[in-house]
Write a new protein. Structure first.
Length: 100
């Protein structure tokens, strides 16, 4: 009778602070430095070619100047569908609470 969309499970790497703001933590591959990125729908996320939205950012760690690139893909409802990190790895939420 009613059609419901399947709910996309929450992503373990990207946290949504409020309806417009997201946060992701990364660990660099070379020295293991932690980098936190905050991004918003209005300023940082753009339309992807294949539909949905995308956030792509190069990052540099403050301590050892390790470099990398993070790409976060969203569906048309701004639900995170994929997180890719070159030059490091995404840090899960469970580790965020353990470190702070």
């Amino acid at each position: 009778m009613f059609f419901r969309r399947k709910k996309v499970p929450a992503n373990p790497f990207v946290r949504q602070d409020d309806p417009n703001t997201f946060r992701v933590r990364l660990r660099t591959r070379r020295y293991g430095d932690t980098v936190e990125l905050r991004f918003t729908k209005s300023a940082h996320i753009g339309a992807a070619d294949g539909g949905g939205f995308i956030f792509r950012k190069e990052f540099v760690s403050a301590e050892h100047f390790d470099r990398g690139t993070v790409t976060v893909r969203f569906d048309d409802r701004y639900q995170v569908t994929d997180v890719q990190v070159e030059g490091g790895e995404a840090v899960p939420h469970a580790e965020w609470a353990a470190t702070h």
